[in-house]
Design a protein around this ligand. Structure first.
Ligand code: GLU
Length: 309
């Protein structure tokens, strides 16, 4: 890593935040989980982490936000080494072409969710974790703390309770999957863990650090193995094809990075072999992805000339 590359990333991220400043506040903040409705729509942060441990950032990159579906990446990261063979019998690996919280496919596909990044798939992944680990909430918390190096990362209990109170669709989904025999634990236990995982509060800097193992063949920045090289290939492939709701094709076309987004307005993206990057802007576009987040990542790959394609 040369000094000139450090300067390059720092300036590039600041330039993106500056150039998008006049667009802050665009899009619609998610309101179906009540506490998310109170988030300031003008926030914009971006952080990029290298396998060497270097991190560059700009804007509101140190502020924590609700990671929501980005947590599906970490639950999959925990579940894969525990029981990958069993997992792939219970969850598919294809884009769904439906909304992230759709029940329709589950009926015709007999309770086997299309992929681990839609809600139905994440519920089954959570069930696998509950089967193998004593405390699914603590295990995910430990994982993100270890990967990001921030020991005070916590669940936002107001967000978890807010979704517990309003998440009827996820509840219906869990019971529906259970009716096909694809949940082993009680739907209430699975939902409780799932709502908590979604309610993790992390910053762009913490998420970029936590995702760098996917840019580094499964090793984190300290050289600790998080998953095998092969498994990191699998996860990156799933992020590219299924990680950004119904916009995975458009995202690959415009941004060209493997990514997982969440309704809190965060997107964690990876260029295997090079870097992980996290952007946060709470206003969502029509596909449920952060509007400015997608623009920022498009600018990043265009200006740096680095993407998967
Ligand atoms: N907790 C949210 C839900 O299940 C996560 C959605 C998302 O970020 O895509 O609806």
């Amino acid at each position: 890593m040369s000094v000139s590359e450090s300067v390059h990333w720092a300036g590039l991220l600041q330039g993106i935040v500056d150039d998008l400043a006049h667009e802050r506040g665009q899009g619609h903040v998610a309101t179906y989980i009540p506490p998310l409705a109170n988030v300031d729509p003008n926030k914009l942060g971006i952080a990029l982490a290298l396998p060497s441990g270097q991190v560059f950032f700009a804007g509101d990159a140190a502020e924590r936000f609700s990671i929501q579906s980005i947590s599906k990446l970490f639950t999959l990261t925990l579940a894969l080494p525990l029981d990958s063979e069993g997992l792939w019998k219970r969850v598919g690996r294809e884009p769904s072409g439906s909304r992230f919280n759709s029940l329709v496919q589950l009926e015709s596909e007999r309770g086997i969710p299309r992929n681990p990044f839609i809600n139905a798939g994440a519920l089954v992944v959570t069930d696998v974790i509950l089967d193998h680990l004593d405390d699914a909430k603590l295990s995910v918390l430990d994982l993100v703390r270890r990967l990001s190096g921030s020991n005070d990362i916590a669940y936002d209990l107001a967000v978890a309770q807010g979704e517990q109170a309003t998440g009827d669709r996820n509840k219906a989904m869990a019971w529906f999957i259970r009716s096909f025999g694809n949940l082993r634990n009680s739907p209430d236990a699975v939902l409780d863990a799932y709502f908590h995982h979604c309610a993790l509060s992390m910053s762009c800097i913490e998420l970029a650090k936590a995702g760098v193992f996917l840019a580094n063949g499964g090793l984190d920045a300290q050289g600790r193995r998080v998953m095998s090289l092969q498994q990191s290939k699998y996860v990156n492939a799933l992020m590219l094809t299924c990680g950004t709701y119904d916009a995975a094709g458009e995202f690959a076309y415009r941004v060209g990075l493997a990514a997982k987004s969440g309704v809190g307005g965060g997107i964690l993206a990876v260029l295997p072999g090079r870097f992980s990057v996290c952007v946060w802007s709470p206003g969502l576009g029509p596909t449920g992805n952060s509007l400015l987040g997608m623009k920022a990542l498009t600018l990043l790959t265009e200006r740096s000339g680095s993407s998967m394609f």
